[in-house]
Design a protein. Structure first.
Length: 206
């Protein structure tokens, strides 16, 4: 693809690095920005810069936040004795949209995947285990996607906390095997949270 401007080419190359964005889509987006008032592009640039430089991760649950402790963890009306374990912040958003879960979350930041070079030490697992060992948690809900990597991660965490005398459950299989939570409709996901089953039952079914 030939470009008449090095500035245009650089902008397109940077845009094309975003997931799901090819060169043609990047070209369309960049040309769209060129047609807009310059202020709009500046606002976009400033918003992205501020997000990257100023955003925080909650020191309790690792969710994205503007402050040290996110709004969910600092909400006294939430049940802080029930933790829903998810892969990333998109899953927190998906579950929150159901309005069916009133506990708190723990964001792992990924799933165990040896083929991708992701091991337990690269995820936020130790901080979860430490919370459980402190003795204030009554239930852990495993809400990772029902993939091999998700099941492996669930089982690894389960082994770390199985002697802590707490309830462990997993979302009901209303979510199809292999599906990601963020793509589930709100009704199905909400029912899966409410109709969660003991984690040991999921082991028997595998």
């Amino acid at each position: 693809m030939e470009f008449s401007s090095k500035l245009l080419e650089k902008a397109i190359n940077e845009m094309a690095q975003l997931p799901g964005i090819g060169k043609r889509t990047a070209l369309r987006l960049v040309l769209h920005l060129l047609k807009q008032p310059s202020e709009q592009t500046h606002f976009l640039s400033q918003a992205l810069t501020s997000m990257r430089d100023e955003i925080k991760f909650c020191k309790n649950c690792h969710n994205i936040s503007d402050v040290d402790v996110c709004e969910i963890c600092s909400n006294a009306s939430r049940n802080h004795k029930i933790i829903c374990v998810v892969e990333d912040v998109r899953d927190v958003m998906a579950i929150e949209n159901t309005n069916q879960f009133k506990g708190i979350y723990h964001v792992l930041g990924g799933k165990i995947s040896p083929i991708d070079g992701v091991g337990p030490s690269q995820l936020n697992i130790n901080s979860l285990v430490d919370k459980v060992k402190m003795g204030s948690i009554e239930e852990i809900i495993f809400a990772l996607s029902s993939t091999m990597e998700g099941d492996t991660t669930n089982f690894y965490i389960f082994k770390q906390i199985k002697d802590c005398n707490i309830k462990t459950s997993t979302i009901a299989r209303g979510i199809a095997v292999g599906d990601e939570l963020e793509y589930a409709d709100e009704v199905t996901l909400g029912r899966s949270i409410l109709q969660r089953v003991p984690f040991e039952n999921s082991l028997k079914n595998n």
